[in-house]
Design a binder for this molecule. Structure first.
Ligand code: SAM
Length: 250
């Protein structure tokens, strides 16, 4: 089944370019996030996009192609894995997929060493969509969440990668503890995994911003909506999955 974000540049990239950029994010998740970025523009939510863990740019390019004129993308990475050639590969993929150099910056840095001012200064304003996919370790994820929240547009989204990934079960503990300390933030949506190398994402936003996105996601991706939702003790959030169904009892 083909999923669409509704943004022509993002959908063209997802159809023709995505698989040619090495990376780990799933096309299903990138489609839904592209849809959300398009919806933000339609709602007048202006701002930039940022990513920790840009690697060769697979997910970064999808986000950045959804930006409105004057908005910019910031990709943060150590850019040393598997070797220093990864930064040139990122620039090559961006150019080939229509993302001009003036629309983005690749920042070679350890996210743990960055302050909110570093990000706001580079972008010139708040971030409306922040993808966190850097160091998969509890303390780092907590620090990355603090950094993202500090630069987030009040109606913006933080998107977390590799939630519920069998290889990183304790990341969820960090997210749960962080949400307990930030009751003003909520998980808006769980975007289900496609494969062990393209695991689930969580989209998080301010509780007051949930209504801007929730019904729209359930309606726009109705065939992918798992109607039982995900239980977060005090609320349920939307779950989108490529093939919604219950396990068969045999
Ligand atoms: C799983 S890959 C990212 C995949 C990419 N987002 C995608 O969708 O294809 C993780 C990346 O995080 C980067 N990374 C790990 N620790 C980091 C840190 N402390 N600061 C910045 N980047 C980091 C790694 O260099 C690596 O490129």
């Amino acid at each position: 089944m083909t999923f669409r974000s509704g943004h022509p540049d993002i959908d063209r990239y997802l159809a023709e370019g995505y698989d040619r950029v090495r990376g780990m994010s799933s096309r299903f998740a990138a489609t839904i996030c592209g849809h959300v970025i398009r919806r933000q523009s339609e709602l007048g939510i202006a701002g930039h996009v940022a990513e920790i863990g840009t690697f060769e740019g697979r997910f970064f390019i999808a986000m950045a192609l959804g930006l409105a004129p004057g908005e910019r993308a910031l990709g943060i990475d150590l850019f040393d894995w598997p070797n220093s050639g990864v930064l040139d590969l990122l620039h090559g993929h961006c150019a080939r997929n229509g993302l001009a150099r003036e629309r983005y910056e690749a920042l070679k840095a350890n996210s743990r060493a960055l302050t909110p001012a570093d990000i706001l200064g580079r972008l010139g304003g708040p971030v409306r969509f922040f993808h966190i996919d850097g160091e998969h370790e509890r303390e780092s994820l907590t620090a990355d969440l603090d950094l993202a929240q500090a630069v987030l547009h009040p109606q913006g989204i933080i998107c977390l990668d590799d939630m519920l990934h069998p290889g990183y079960p304790l990341l969820l503990v960090a997210v749960h503890e962080w949400l307990e300390r930030h009751p003003e933030m909520r998980v808006l949506c769980v975007i289900d995994r496609e494969d062990i190398v393209a695991a689930a994402k969580f989209m998080i936003c301010h509780a007051e911003a949930v209504a801007l996105y929730e019904q729209d996601l359930m309606t726009s991706f109705q065939p992918q909506h798992f109607v039982l939702g995900a239980e977060f003790e005090r609320y349920f959030c939307v779950v989108l999955t490529p093939h919604p169904r219950l396990a068969e009892v045999d």
